[in-house]
Design a protein around this ligand. Structure first.
Ligand code: UDP
Length: 459
């Protein structure tokens, strides 16, 4: 496609996200960093997702494509597999239509590059058809990406049969440290196939961008950089919380759920430094009622103050009268401004499901973690949190996979009052400083983004 370029020419990137909060957040933050470096960015999500997000003022344009389920997304598909297949078919077609529209618009810039979510590898085929640069964006850790890569190549035989798993660049892993979709192949086979398919055409991508920072996982990043033009660009956390290089950063944001911001911050303001446990299991995880009950009583038994995010869809699983009976100790909300909460000095510990965004956010903001992983990449993230970054403790589960109340209480007490808590806090300060350095001017991720942008402008 012939591009009309003049002096005011800005490289134009489409940033295409898989439609969940945990994917949209990091891709939006990356988009903001590109824009800060002078690239024009159009964020692309699905029509169904765009209807549910609260979009605040943003200089980043938003466009939509269709996943084939404009009225409800995956929840309206008859199966995960049916959803993903239709998304591939309708998504490719509507992405191509969007590119046609943007290239024919007189006022806009034609598109130069598509940064696409690794969950949507078909977007690379569309990019290539239009002669565009294709950059795959991995929202999970490099360690987890490397595990799926080995499955894709047939280098990691499934089902797992060895008590220890040795992969290049990774610590020795036990089967239960592996992503749950690999450890237990029967749970969500369609998601498993999608995660393995991330690597189906990755060799053809012009760039492989990973939402991590080099300092967190240098061995595996070095190993993967031997295979692909891989660059670490994280942590994708709003600038206002880290390097403060993007002004008015707070104005941009997408949020699927409405946060109870005022109530949370007012409540935190009334509590002493380091005295509150923040608890959240992210936007998707659904705990079973027994686990919810153990968690509730574990929090109560720790005798600490707690701010607990229980999504509206999970609320019925809370023990009867728990909220009323613990109101002097805890605040339960449906959603909160997590970054603001993690930055608040009252928060001393984060009980987390170890979603990759939450993990990166806690690492980058220096908050020790109690890891209670649920599924997908979370067990692997929990292994790293405890044994590699030494930034928290993993609450042990019993033989049925249940984390009992005593285990939660013990981990919280250890972090809030114990000797190990002091060591963990020291490490937390270290990771916080490294995360800030990585995205600040000249840091490892900043240099990588700069390189990416420079080649785009000259492509
Ligand atoms: N989050 C939030 N408010 C909450 C809980 C979570 O803003 O009350 C954000 C959190 O900061 C993170 C994202 O939602 O950026 C969750 O992503 P993560 O990868 O941790 O988990 P997922 O939701 O994908 O399981």
């Amino acid at each position: 496609m012939e591009k009309e370029r003049n002096n005011a020419y800005k490289a134009h990137c489409l940033v295409l996200s898989y439609p969940t909060q945990g994917h949209l957040n990091p891709m939006l933050e990356f988009a903001k960093r590109l824009e800060h470096k002078g690239v024009k960015v159009t964020l692309v999500t699905t029509r169904s997702m765009s209807k549910t997000i609260h979009k605040e003022a943003s200089s980043i344009a938003l466009e939509t494509i269709s996943d084939g389920f404009d009225e409800g997304g995956i929840a309206h598909a008859e199966s995960i597999q049916a959803y993903l297949e239709r998304f591939w078919q309708v998504g490719s077609q509507t992405l191509a239509e969007l590119l046609e529209k943007l290239s024919s618009s007189i006022s806009g810039n034609p598109v130069d590059c598509i940064v696409y979510d690794a969950f949507l590898p078909w977007a690379l085929d569309v990019a290539k058809k239009f002669g565009l640069v294709g950059a795959v964006f991995f929202t999970q850790s490099c360690a987890v990406d490397n595990i799926y890569y080995h499955v894709h190549k047939g280098l990691l035989k499934l089902p797992l049969s060895e008590p220890e798993i040795l992969l290049p660049g990774l610590p020795t892993l036990q089967p239960q440290d592996m992503p749950s979709l690999i450890y237990d192949l029967n749970t969500y086979p369609a998601f498993f196939d999608m995660l393995v398919s991330q690597f189906s055409n990755v060799d053809k991508a012009d760039w492989v961008l990973c939402n991590t920072l080099y300092e967190l996982e240098p061995e595996v990043v070095d190993w993967m950089t031997e295979i692909w033009p891989l660059r670490t660009i994280g942590p994708t956390i709003p600038s206002m919380y880290l390097d403060k290089r993007i002004e008015d950063d707070k104005d941009y944001g997408f949020c699927i759920f409405e946060p109870n911001s005022d109530a949370c911050m007012k409540w935190l303001n009334d509590h002493a430094k380091g005295s509150v446990i923040y608890v959240s299991f992210g936007s998707l995880a659904a705990l079973n009622a027994e686990q919810m009950e153990e968690l509730a009583w574990g929090l109560r038994m720790s005798n600490s103050y707690f701010l607990w995010v229980v999504r509206a869809s999970e609320e019925a699983k809370l023990p009867k009268n728990f909220v009323e009976e613990t109101s002097e100790k805890g605040l339960v909300v449906h959603w909160c401004p997590q970054l603001e909460v993690l930055t608040h000095e009252a928060v001393g510990c984060f009980v987390t499901h170890c979603g990759w965004n939450s993990t990166l956010e806690a690492l980058s903001l220096g908050v020790p973690m109690v890891a209670v992983p649920q599924w997908t990449d979370q067990p692997t993230n929990a292994k790293y949190i405890m044994d590699v970054w030494k930034m928290g403790l993993k609450a042990p589960a019993d033989e049925k996979g249940l984390v009992k109340r005593e285990a939660i209480e013990n981990c919280i007490r250890e972090i809030m009052e114990g000797e190990r808590g002091k060591e963990i806090l020291k490490n937390a300060y270290k990771w916080k400083a490294l995360a800030k350095e990585a995205v600040d001017q000249g840091g490892s991720s900043d240099k990588n983004i700069e390189e990416f942008v420079t080649t785009l402008v000259h492509s």
